[in-house]
Design a protein around this ligand. Structure first.
Ligand code: HEM
Length: 186
């Protein structure tokens, strides 16, 4: 698979690695190494921001979130559960970073993940709404290390994740493993 930016922009590749330059791979992996030991902290920042900036998403997480009328998290929120979920989501992201050499496996995981999200009433258009909060969280924890280049590289990884999760969402009965190499959607 070539390293063509054009084919990657429409995601006509089934290789995450082909979407990133060598420098972007390095940026994503080295920043992941800085944050992976404190995912609970980053996770909380990301999801608190998400629920505060995208209040309509609260209803998707009834088990976890109860907001007051000012749109702030209630003090009696199930923080343990929020943290647990936030870490799980970030681990999903980390799996992408750590699977750069095995996109066949990764794509299958992402398609399945999309399928499980449909069962939870998550709609395809909701996925991208998470990016601004993730971007904010990465900025908070990485600080000066979160350069424009690092941010652009993470955005690429995130967009790739969304494409495959969306594929799973739109095809709830698809055999994720068998279709993890398809490359014809944009
Ligand atoms: C785009 C990046 C995302 C990733 C990598 C991701 C990943 C995950 C993972 C790994 C889980 C746990 C495994 C599972 O239950 O299948 C999960 C659960 C869940 N996700 Fe996502 N997710 C993403 C985006 C979203 C968005 C945007 C929403 C809602 C708007 C959402 C809603 C949920 C819900 C409701 C659960 C179940 C929580 C529970 O019942 O504990 N996810 N997600």
């Amino acid at each position: 698979m070539g390293n063509s930016v054009v084919s990657c922009d429409s995601f006509q590749t089934s290789q995450l690695k082909a979407c990133l330059t060598a420098e972007q791979i390095n940026n994503v992996q080295s920043s992941w190494n800085l944050i992976k030991h404190d995912l609970p902290n980053l996770g909380l920042i990301v999801f608190i921001r998400f629920f505060e900036t995208e209040p309509s998403m609260k209803s998707v997480f009834p088990k976890i979130v109860q907001m007051n009328q000012d749109n702030k998290l209630e003090s009696n929120i199930d923080r343990d559960m929020l943290q647990k979920h936030a870490v799980t989501v970030l681990e999903g992201l980390g799996a992408a970073v750590e699977c750069l050499d095995d996109s066949h496996f990764l794509n299958g995981v992402l398609i399945s993940l999309g399928q499980t999200h449909v069962q939870r009433q998550v709609k395809p258009h909701m996925l991208k709404k998470l990016w601004p909060s993730l971007h904010y969280g990465l900025q908070q924890v990485l600080q000066d290390a979160y350069t424009k280049q690092v941010s652009d590289a993470w955005k690429r990884v995130f967009d790739y994740i969304c494409v495959y999760m969306k594929l799973g969402m739109e095809n709830p009965d698809m055999d994720a493993d068998a279709h993890s190499e398809v490359a014809k959607y944009s």
